[in-house]
Write a protein that binds this ligand. Structure first.
Ligand SMILES: Nc1ncnc2c1ncn2[C@@H]1O[C@H](COP(=O)(O)O)[C@@H](O)[C@H]1O
Ligand code: FBP
Ligand code: MG
Length: 461
């Protein structure tokens, strides 16, 4: 079933934008964490953890947020705003791997490796080093404008020598890693990743003006678009532009993509620590897109920005299904989304309105494909061909699978759910993942493209 659905999805053409970066990955162990804590002193780390810095201005901010992420086992991302700290990171860590990062980059490579019919990827900065992280596949294209016409080139042929390169530092942590914070012994509860996201002025999230007028043509050419990277917008820039400017442009892009054909757009949300910016992204963009995907920490942040602080706190702390369903209902109604997909460590969920053209059984199949793809990537580190889906198919549901189903049925009985289509599946969780960064992007790619494939099959697209 999963394989057939993937084959259907592979007939699609997809567009993805905006963010790419280099992910410099460090595999953390207890010793490294302990050394960091000892360097700054447990008391100082604890104090800074209580302050909960929203950006990394100095090394202690990093250590405090890292230890917080390790303690909760939550996937977190915190912006690095002080460019000078790059040297501190490079002197303290030896990166184990460097690979394609950023939602658009990861999604483009995944779709291309899965042999989708055509994959168009746009990223405003494409230095040679970044371009070379794209896979060399004949179905992968980067749009450029030449002699007033839209030309599709492989990213390797489209790089610009002087473009900036953005490097994010990724700290992969594993369940069971142990260290001491003063008198406390901390054991990491779940495997995951902590992202230090470079947020410097030179990196912008936008479409170059000459390409903008070709967005309707791109929208017409593809079956769907996956957009992400808005978390990289800054509130203010030194030359006077601000987040409002970039969000107005981002809104125009979505409307242009949809101008010739109402192409379905999925927005892959990512952590936005700044509440003001988070609110702006939600209110400006969610109402314009059809589908949104996010993880459990992100839905908590989104609900908090919308004023549901208590619910957000409960989701962040307990990750209870009933709270996520409630939060999902709020979000889908307030933003009038067609589809909301939430991925968490133990389960993945879809919430749609009752009039969604797909049945709950079809929606369930879509989530099945999503978690199976993630399990393949977690097992192998990367998915390089469509037949690797079989690796994920052999990964069993996590040990809380039955509990998840039980709690979900209970939640449906307790909450009013008649006006919705609600589907949940347990995740196929790989015990010793090669890496976890990019798994959320993989889930959302599998979910959204299979959703589109089934819509198409049913004559709804
Ligand atoms: N080890 C894992 N095996 C399979 N799937 C996993 C594993 N660890 C995490 N996942 C899934 O990926 C998302 C992460 O989403 P982000 O957006 O990257 O936070 C997590 O919710 C699980 O569903
Ligand atoms: O917010 P930024 O700086 O654009 O970076 C996004 C980060 O998210 C990722 O795309 C991974 O996302 P997920 O782990 O949520 O799938 C990284 O590759 C990248 O470093
Ligand atoms: Mg994610």
């Amino acid at each position: 079933m999963v394989r057939e659905l993937l084959d259907k999805a592979r007939e699609l053409s997809m567009f993805t934008a905006y963010n790419t970066n280099v992910d410099a990955i460090v595999y953390l162990n207890g010793k490294t964490v302990q050394r960091l804590i000892d360097e700054f002193g447990a008391e100082a780390v604890k104090r800074r953890m209580e302050e909960y810095p929203r950006e990394i201005n100095e090394p202690l901010d990093f250590v405090a947020r890292l230890v917080h992420a390790l303690k909760t086992g939550k996937p977190m991302a915190v912006p690095l705003v002080n460019e000078e700290l790059q040297a501190w990171f490079d002197s303290h860590f030896k990166y184990d791997v460097e690979r394609m990062g950023g939602q658009a980059g990861i999604i483009a490579n995944l779709l291309a490796n899965l042999d989708f019919r055509e994959v168009l990827v746009y990223t405003p900065h494409l230095a040679k080093r970044q371009a070379e992280m794209f896979v060399k596949k004949p179905n992968l294209f980067y749009p450029v404008v030449e002699n007033g016409k839209l030309v599709l080139k492989h990213p390797w042929e489209a790089y610009r020598e002087n473009d900036p390169v953005k490097v994010n530092r990724i700290f992969e942590f594993r369940a069971g890693t142990t260290f001491r914070l003063g008198n406390e012994t901390i054991t990491v509860p779940f495997s995951g990743r902590f992202i230090v996201s470079a947020r410097f002025e030179s990196i912008r999230i936008y479409t170059e003006p000459e390409l903008k007028s070709f967005l309707p043509e791109i929208g017409q050419r593809v079956d769907g678009a996956i957009l992400s990277g808005y978390q990289g917008i800054k509130l203010r820039y030194s030359e006077g532009k601000d987040a409002n400017y970039y969000l107005r442009e981002a809104k125009k892009d979505i409307l242009l993509l949809k101008r010739e054909k109402d192409v379905k757009v999925h927005l892959e949300f990512a952590s936005i620590q700044n509440r003001e910016l988070r609110k702006k992204v939600i209110y400006n963009l969610f109402p314009l897109v059809d589908s949104v995907g996010m993880d459990e920490a992100e839905i908590a942040y989104v609900l908090s920005a919308l004023g549901y602080d208590k619910l957000a706190e409960r989701i962040f702390t307990y990750n209870r299904i009933e709270d996520t369903v409630l939060g999902g209902k709020i979000l889908i109604d307030e933003m009038n989304l067609e589809l909301l997909q939430i991925h968490t460590i133990y389960y993945i969920m879809y919430i749609a309105h009752a009039d969604n053209p797909l049945s709950e059984a079809e929606l369930r199949q879509s989530l099945e494909l999503a978690t199976t793809l993630a399990a393949s990537r977690a097992s192998l580190g990367d998915i390089t061909s469509p037949d690797q889906i079989s690796v994920g198919m052999n990964v069993p549901y996590n040990e809380r699978g039955e509990y998840v189903k039980l709690r979900f049925e209970e939640a449906k009985r307790r909450l009013r759910t008649k006006e919705y289509k609600l589907v949940i599946i347990p995740t196929r969780l790989v015990q010793n993942p090669v890496s976890t960064v990019g798994l959320g992007d993989t889930i959302s790619t599998g979910a959204f493209t299979s959703y589109l494939a089934m819509l198409k099959d049913n004559g709804e697209l």
